[in-house]
Design a protein around this ligand. Structure first.
Ligand code: C5P
Length: 220
């Protein structure tokens, strides 16, 4: 039987990566960070000296995209061509161009198929798949579909706490810019039909994890 598919979408800074990973750990499910794949491709594009706005060149780079991701929540890693890029894909230079490559339809089609096959191959009883279009495009038929939101202020505050070497304002502006660019491609600010919204504005981390687990338990 296929693993239970838990689809989680949300904007940057909603805490969805760390929340999804912790939920997966607690339920002994697998975890898939789809943003990491977009980031890894953006990293490869930068390393190859390709202009991220040159869609044809980016599509060509897909042929060399030898991507591996750890789906065990305690052994999370991202590799390209066997090299570890887990940290490198979080660099601001990657965040700055990732939206360019994420808007290319061929890139999305390729990665959507990849995510579906990774999820189907999991040997765990379930998998938490987290991103921007999981509830709507990757797995619109998933038994559990959650939109994790938080007020803009809360999201900015959480992200700037993570990235203390940048001025909070700059981080906020960059996040806002990326969300605006991304939401022109997929809508992750509004819950689609049948999607449960978990608003974490007033929750701390553990309360948010509990709220997501409650939704999973209530649906299954
Ligand atoms: O989640 P994270 O911020 O790491 O995602 C990085 C980027 O990947 C997003 O800004 C977006 O451009 C892209 N993305 C996407 N669809 C997803 C996940 C991420 O377009 N499902």
């Amino acid at each position: 039987t296929l693993p239970l598919f838990v689809a989680v979408d949300g904007p940057a800074g909603s805490g969805k990566s760390s929340v999804s990973r912790t939920v997966a750990r607690r339920l002994r499910f697998a975890y898939l960070d789809t943003g990491a794949a977009y980031r890894a491709l953006a990293w490869l594009v930068l390393e190859s000296g390709i202009d991220s706005r040159d869609a044809a060149a980016v599509i060509t780079a897909l042929a060399d995209f030898d991507f591996e991701v750890g789906t065990h929540p305690d052994e999370y890693y991202v590799r390209i061509g066997g090299s570890d890029v887990t940290e490198a894909i979080r660099e601001p230079r990657v965040s700055a161009v990732v939206s360019d490559i994420a808007r290319i339809p061929e890139v999305r089609q390729y990665l959507v198929e990849l995510f579906r096959s990774i999820a189907a191959a999991s040997d765990r009883p379930g998998i938490v798949v987290e991103g921007r279009d999981i509830t709507t495009v990757v797995a619109p038929g998933a038994p559990v579909r959650i939109l994790l939101t938080a007020s803009e202020e809360a999201r900015m505050a959480r992200r700037s706490a993570e990235l203390q070497d940048h001025a909070a304002e700059t981080v906020g502006e960059l996040l806002k810019k990326r969300d605006q660019a991304d939401s022109r491609v997929v809508d992750f600010m509004n819950a689609a039909d049948g999607v449960t919204t978990v608003d974490s504005t007033e929750f701390d981390f553990d309360e948010t994890v509990d709220a997501v687990i409650d939704v999973i338990r209530a649906t299954t």
